[in-house]
Design a protein around this ligand. Structure first.
Ligand code: SF4
Ligand code: SF4
Length: 189
């Protein structure tokens, strides 16, 4: 992302926001995608017929159509030990279905944090249960409400009424390499 030509570019990771009012689940003709009682918006690959209605309905482009089986999913009984300990499985569903971030529900069932939270080298991603008002990146733990208040947390396109469950914290004390950005644009011109 880049807010203007003279501002430094920055990363803006996006994933399924597990909206509390998700337009994606309402359009599925076979009830293959639904909101779980724990708040996770899930997809049942056994039911999904790959019609892509949910992809069109999601305003955040959070869903991916699985055109084929990526090489990485070809784990067998023999090579299963080579599976990375923490890897994001978004987009690795069965061919012809739609998949997306599922907040690593398989990991949370084992008391583990989502793979992206564990693997982020800067500890930039926090995860937690809103009812407990606590989020952690695996090292630091904060009160969610206090973090959002003190860091002016916001949600993407809140005006749509989708009630996303993922918040962003605007950068603070960041060193913006304005000169680098200016030089880059001058070079490209
Ligand atoms: S981000 Fe998109 S796919 Fe995820 S719950 Fe919201 S509308 Fe559905
Ligand atoms: S692609 Fe699958 S989950 Fe999405 S609307 Fe169609 S059947 Fe439902």
């Amino acid at each position: 992302m880049q807010d203007s030509e003279l501002a430094s570019p920055y990363w803006f990771p996006t994933m399924c926001y597990h909206c509390d009012n998700p337009p994606c689940t309402k359009v599925c003709p076979v009830d293959a995608t639904f909101k779980r009682t724990d708040g996770v918006v899930a997809v049942d690959p056994e039911r999904c017929i790959g019609c892509k209605f949910c992809m069109a309905a999601c305003p955040y482009s959070a869903r991916t159509f699985n055109f084929g089986r990526p090489e990485q999913t070809k784990f067998t009984e023999e090579n299963k030990d080579s599976i990375p300990e923490n890897y994001c499985k978004t987009g690795y569903g069965p061919e012809g279905t739609v998949s997306k971030c599922d907040f690593c529900t398989d990991r949370s069932a084992q008391g583990l944090l989502p793979a992206c939270v564990v693997e982020c080298p800067n500890g930039a991603i926090f995860h937690g249960d809103e009812l407990e008002d606590a989020v952690t990146n695996g090292e630091d733990t904060y009160r969610l409400k206090e973090l959002l208040r003190s860091r002016a947390g916001y949600r993407q396109f809140e005006e749509l009424g989708t009630k996303p469950r993922v918040y962003y914290l605007p950068p603070v004390k960041r060193q913006f390499p304005f000169e680098d950005a200016t030089e880059k644009f001058n070079t490209e011109e």
